[in-house]
Design a protein around this ligand. Structure first.
Ligand code: SF4
Length: 229
């Protein structure tokens, strides 16, 4: 396997004014002033990180795919990877520094705001790792994340962490027995060449999801995945 790429020096710029509406804070309110002060502190503390490695596809059948010797059980993943020979396995995190800072807060409202600041740090890390992957693989790409679909449940984090080896540890990311990551604002996934506009959300029926990136398409699974071989 080619050597992994680590991104451990990622700068974060928090656009507090953009976050105020999400938090239902009026710009001139005392709460907004308190949030801005918290965001400045978060920006000082935050050390988001990310890493990726390239895995070559060894084998594929209707229900699973073997990547760099590790088997992943997902029909959607198997179909989505039918036209590529390699994937980019990535992990991104808001970082232990910001996670520990947030855990030290005692005010409930500040704890809630801190979660949003952690999301901003995670998004920054994810953007950076996607840019680094695009440098290796120009062109249209898509992502799939363990736990994002019933077809590829959270328990698939176990083989995913096996594939990543010591990369999560180097970034301070751990996986519990119940497959929950710490810091909680961390993400893993495969990134791969794809020109069909694949987005997990198109197969996900969850209602009222604040992270939805595309409308749910109830017929898509039957059309594209059920009959694929
Ligand atoms: S709708 Fe929400 S839960 Fe479903 S895949 Fe998209 S972001 Fe994830």
């Amino acid at each position: 396997m080619p050597p992994a790429t680590l991104l451990t020096d990622i700068a974060v710029t928090i656009d507090t004014d953009a976050l105020l509406p999400r938090l239902h804070l009026k710009p001139q309110s005392p709460e907004a002033r308190e949030f801005r002060a918290l965001a400045i502190e978060a920006q000082r503390v935050a050390r988001p990180k990310a890493a990726f490695l390239i895995g070559y596809i060894n084998a594929r059948d209707n229900e699973s795919v073997v990547i760099a010797g590790t088997r992943f059980a997902s029909r959607v993943l198997s179909v989505n990877l039918s036209a590529v020979h390699r994937v980019f396995a990535y992990v991104a995190t808001c970082g232990t520094e910001l996670n520990e800072w947030a855990a030290s807060l005692t005010d409930v409202l500040q704890q809630f705001w801190a979660e949003e600041l952690k999301v901003t740090a995670l998004r920054t890390a994810t953007t950076q790792v996607f840019a680094a992957i695009s440098h290796e693989n120009p062109g249209q790409m898509a992502s799939m994340n363990p736990g994002s679909l019933a077809d590829w449940p959270l328990t698939e984090q176990r083989p995913f962490f096996h594939l990543l080896g010591d990369l999560p540890q180097q970034l301070g990311v751990t996986l519990s027995d119940s497959c929950i990551m710490t810091p909680n604002k961390s993400v893993t996934g495969f990134r791969f060449g794809n020109d069909s506009g694949y987005v997990n959300c198109r197969l996900c029926p969850r209602e009222d999801c604040p992270g939805r990136a595309a409308p749910y398409e109830p017929e898509l699974y039957a059309q594209r995945y059920e009959s694929a071989d």
